[in-house]
Design a protein around this ligand. Sequence first.
Ligand code: DGT
Ligand code: MG
Length: 242
Amino acid sequence: AEKKGRVEFRDVTFKYPGAEAPVLSNISFTAEPGKTLAIIGSTGAGKTTLVSLLPRLYDVASGEVLLDGVPVTEMDSSEITSRVSAVPQKPYLFSGTIEHNLRFGKPDATDEELWEALETAQAKGFVEEKSSGLNRRIAQGGTNVSGGQRQRLSIARALVTKPNVYLFDDSFSALDVATDARLRKALKGKTKDATVIIVAQRVSTIADADEILVLDNGRIVDRGTHDELLETSPTYQEIVES
Ligand code: DGT
Ligand code: MG
């Protein structure tokens, strides 16, 4: 069967409600199942805004966002959420057990599936270290766990739903470089058939992506692989050197 999860942005322009100027202009790209698309760019470039348009946190001003050829504006929100899992830049954990937090997108997931997701997200040791395990309580907003642990639990939550598309918004930045590398290697094995879109700060996080979009001031200024961009993109070179 054909893999699902093809994401296409066609000449997308977006303005926040009430704002004068667009924060995204003429964004066009395709992200394919089985591949990783990365988005990099300075703070305020529009990366979070861009990834928020697929799960329809906002609707575009002009252009189209399509999932497997269907405009997301023509899809049920429940269909989008079952097929697209987003790990937000500031992941949100709610008051309840780890298990509750992990089952959020898939209430009927088995314990085995939860542990598998935790292992991939490099969060298994953290959950095992207390005898309460999956029943350990998380405070509202996840204030009793560290930022890196919040990110890893949020990644595990996304994995549990086994979506067609993963959106990781700066999900690896709170991790040390070694954990980041281990996590992404484990993820690769588990997301082979899915479309993976990664927003990143560190070039090392995305150097092996199939395609990298360089976003600046709401526009895609360059695109290519890491090696291509090193040759052709002054903006990318600046990020590498920073
Ligand atoms: P980051 O996470 O600091 O690396 O920055 P990005 O690239 O994720 O930037 P983003 O998409 O959060 O913001 C792009 C622009 O849009 C920036 O000028 C701030 C503005 N913006 C972001 N969120 C909102 C919002 O909710 N309302 C309004 N009016 N503007 C927003
Ligand atoms: Mg952001």
